[in-house]
Design a protein around this ligand. Structure first.
Ligand SMILES: [Zn+2]
Length: 173
């Protein structure tokens, strides 16, 4: 941004103010001639001499940020002369509050659903009436947890290969 302003054409500020753009022009690095509206807005809202004073008061490495901030505020104030960028800020703040409430409500729902899921622990005992319909899937019978139980036809024993007995030696795929 700052490099394009060292051409022979005057910076946007000097062009707007119809003055000669001297080599040490304070505006030149931040108001390139390709963005005439940027300076026009800033000048209309803050005044060129105030901007020049402000830029001289702050450190050079902070000037670009300051100009961007002034340009943002100036543009917002052109669109909304009453609230400027405070209007955008308050809209966003109320949006944050609304979303925070929504998030809190969703988290509360999650906790409630989590608590009501608690009794359905992952222990599936045989004979408890229709449980275990696919809720637990062990990968290819590599678990040996069913070896202590009689064969009640667990879902993980109904593998299509037919050798779903307690032999754990089929894992050589
Ligand atoms: Zn200039």
């Amino acid at each position: 941004m700052a490099s394009s302003s060292y051409s022979n054409s005057p910076c946007a500020a000097c062009k707007f103010l119809r003055r000669k753009c001297l080599p040490g022009c304070i505006f030149a690095p931040y108001f390139p001639p390709e963005e005439p509206q940027k300076f026009a807005n800033v000048h209309k809202i803050f005044g060129a001499s105030n901007v020049s004073k402000l830029l001289n008061e702050i450190q050079p490495h902070q000037r670009e940020d300051a100009v961007n901030s002034l340009a943002y505020e100036a543009e917002a104030r052109m669109k909304d002369p009453v609230y400027g960028c405070v209007g955008a800020i308050s809209v966003l703040q109320s949006q944050v509050i609304r979303l925070q409430k929504e998030l809190d409500a969703t988290n509360a729902d999650l906790i409630r659903y989590g608590c009501s899921e608690m009794p359905r622990a992952p222990h599936v005992f045989p004979g408890s009436g229709g449980v275990g319909q696919g809720s637990i899937q062990f990968g290819g019978g590599s678990f040996d947890q069913n070896s202590g139980f009689p064969n009640y036809g667990y879902p993980w024993n109904n593998n299509p290969s037919g050798d779903g007995h307690d032999s754990g030696g089929e894992g050589t795929m």
